[in-house]
Design a protein around this ligand. Structure first.
Ligand code: WTA
Length: 652
């Protein structure tokens, strides 16, 4: 299984360094010391429902819940009978005390422009945007697509939907028009909120042009709401397109928050699975908000005077849970930065940390590896002494990157929280609690209180310490997805059909003798490029939709910077021979169908794909070929890879 996951277990096993939480951090930590942590875990394990019920009472409820959990395997409902509103919890409840005048969002645009919104200002803007959505005909339960750059209006749009019970579906601005259309069609969105464009490395990203192209295929969309961000010359379709600045500012800043069931959907977010079609992961209000709020406290150790920065785009779940809902529910000051880390120069992030005195910084391993490549001199130019806690998310962090992060960014002083979780889990599941748990470079350490994560065999039996296995979760947790939008069967088959009685994460993991988890990466057909999840089937379908392609198989190959890179094996129609020109054309085709993030790093033409006798593509063999496994010999000139399969002749 280890080779299956493409992970080198040996190098992980040799990692023996451990870092205790610094004394001064422990002294002030929300969960301080091992004893308090153990007591929390024990309470959660002894009576999970009482424990989560207590956590949920940190939120403001219009009506209390009468039952914590209704678990009809595999469907969980949390905080039954409770009435709640996510926007109210992120905004209104902070207006009653001194947080009213605290900065909720400090935003900096790529060109250097900036805005600060206090909780009161943000609440007013959200109310106006919510009233504008109502004017556009949006009602409780309607879906609203959001395709935006990282500007305050993106968060405002999400919260405005939440305020009136509309379900948002944010689509990452790097996705193509085709990918946007697929997601809008699946969600049957009524309104699409976008911008004329966004800034990326000094250039415009033409979001509105993509929306126009996508909407040609999306009859459900009646209106678009367009933020003017870059001031580019765009076409506004009369009767459909409405400028944000023409409709939002004239609205009232009063808009009562809808009193919604705890189990009312909050949002859908599409994510890659093992089939060609992305899944609309659905999160509901009460459970999701409880989970994201508690993890802000436990994992990020949030205090009222922190300046908290999560670098994720709101197009991904990390941006949902840890730029918008979690931190705002907790009353944090959130830094948002619109653009690229290397604009105008490679030190933009360090410049931002120094300028705003960021104290908690949360980013991805792929970014860390890029910073290492750019060199320490960019970091050294800046005073990063405001930092007190560092976080990592999105993919396994290699111990070398972890050590660099600790030394060069954290000055050997800041604990690192390596947080394992997924779009589906809603919030962090496995992570150090920084004032209690010693860290080891490369390990996400231990499941959080109340999270029943385990490593098991395919038969569902616990594996011994040090052995690789499947990462599962045995009991429901509050942030858990409630279903796949309009596809409960797919929900069951994607997560609950592999290992009996458990939620299967799709990841492989190992637990060491101290009970620490080491995530080994995906064991299914999902690859993780720069922390972004891509289904191999999605890229394969995109390739096959090109007129010249008969069959395609994509695999991930280890990549120093991106974690994994996409390698595509392609057979052409009618025995046609491929050349570099066609390779480039196919790459462009994938970018058009999905987006630049799915662009295959390498395309290899072959006369036939290696298959087992039962006709299954031998992906393990392809992974070995793609990563240049020497035991296979030189396969670069082998035109027909099925020959290799015959030599092997083993069933996968
Ligand atoms: C991977 C992102 C190792 C994992 C929040 C998971 C990680 C997938 C970590 C989810 C981590 C995320 N260590 N691997 N700390 N965090 N992953 O849905 O394979 O975009 O299943 O959610 O990313 O990706 P997703």
């Amino acid at each position: 299984m280890a080779s299956d996951a493409g992970i080198d277990i040996e190098s992980l096993l040799s990692e023996a360094r451990s870092f205790a939480p610094p004394d001064d951090f422990v002294a002030h930590a929300n969960v301080h010391g091992r004893a308090e942590y153990d007591a929390l875990c024990k309470r959660a394990a002894d009576d999970p429902e009482a424990f989560w019920g207590e956590c949920a009472r940190n939120l403001d409820w219009f009506a209390p819940f009468s039952k914590v959990l209704d678990w009809q395997f595999p469907f969980a409902k949390w905080f039954i009978g409770g009435k709640i509103n996510a926007a109210y919890n992120c905004l209104d409840r902070h207006l009653k005390g001194p947080r009213r005048n605290k900065a909720a969002i400090i935003w900096e645009g790529e060109p250097g422009d900036s805005r600060v919104l206090t909780y009161q200002m943000l609440a007013d803007e959200v109310a106006r945007a919510a009233n504008a959505l109502k004017e556009l005909g949006v009602k409780d339960g309607d879906r609203v697509a959001i395709y935006m750059p990282l500007v305050p209006e993106a968060a405002i749009a999400m919260l405005a939907c939440a305020r009136i019970g509309a379900i948002h579906s944010v689509v990452f601005g790097g996705f193509s028009a085709e990918a946007l259309a697929d997601r809008i069609i699946d969600a049957e969105a009524k309104v699409c909120i976008t911008a004329d464009g966004g800034w990326r490395r000094g250039a415009h990203v033409d979001l509105k042009a993509n929306v126009d192209e996508a909407l040609a295929k999306c009859p459900s969309v009646e209106k678009t709401l367009v933020v003017r961000r870059v001031g580019s010359d765009i076409k506004m379709k009369s009767g459909r397109d409405v400028w944000w600045h023409e409709i939002v500012p004239r609205q009232s800043a009063q808009c009562a928050a809808a009193e919604l069931d705890s189990t009312h959907p909050l949002y859908t977010l599409y994510t890659s699975g093992t089939t060609g079609k992305p899944k609309g992961v659905l999160h509901t209000i009460g459970g999701y908000l409880t989970h994201t709020l508690m993890t802000m406290k436990w994992v990020f150790d949030l205090k009222d005077d922190d300046i908290y920065w999560c670098t994720a785009d709101i197009g991904w779940v990390t941006g949902h849970s840890y730029t918008v809902y979690g931190p705002l529910a907790a009353g944090a000051t959130v830094l948002m930065y619109e653009g690229a880390p290397n604009h105008p120069e490679n030190d933009r992030f360090w410049r931002l940390i120094e300028k705003y005195r960021v104290s908690i910084f949360y980013t991805a391993p792929t970014a860390i590896r890029t910073f290492i490549k750019w060199g320490d001199s960019w970091v050294k130019k800046h005073d990063l002494s405001s930092l007190r806690l560092l976080g990592s998310v999105g993919e396994p962090i290699n111990p070398e990157a972890w050590m660099w992060y600790r030394k060069t960014i954290g000055a050997d002083r800041c604990p690192i929280v390596d947080t394992w979780w997924q779009t589906e889990t809603g919030g962090i599941m496995i992570s150090p609690v920084p004032g209690a748990i010693p860290t080891k470079p490369g390990s996400a350490t231990r499941p959080l209180p109340g999270v029943a994560a385990e490593v098991v065999t395919r038969e569902g039996k616990p594996v011994e310490a040090g052995q690789g296995g499947m990462l599962v979760v045995r009991r429901p947790w509050p942030g858990m997805l409630s279903t796949i939008f309009r596809d409960p069967d797919r929900y069951k088959s994607s997560y609950f059909s592999q290992i009996e009685g458990c939620y299967f994460t799709g990841d492989g993991a190992r637990r060491d003798a101290d009970g620490y988890f080491w995530i080994m990466g995906r064991v299914d057909d999902v690859i993780n490029v720069s922390g972004h999840r891509l289904g191999t089937m999605e890229i394969e379908s995109a390739l096959v939709s090109h007129a010249t392609v008969a069959e395609a198989a994509c695999v991930g190959r280890p990549d120093e910077m991106k974690g994994q890179a996409v390698v595509a094996f392609v057979t052409l129609e009618g025995g046609r021979h491929g050349d570099d020109k066609l390779k480039e054309e196919l790459r462009k085709h994938v970018v058009k169908e999905i987006g630049a993030l799915a662009r295959p790093e390498e395309i290899r033409f072959t006369e036939a794909l290696p298959k087992t006798r039962s006709g299954k593509i031998m992906r393990r063999l392809l992974r070995q070929i793609a990563s240049g496994d020497e035991t296979l010999g030189d396969t670069s000139t082998l035109e027909d890879l099925s020959v290799l399969a015959r030599l092997r002749d083993d069933e996968e």
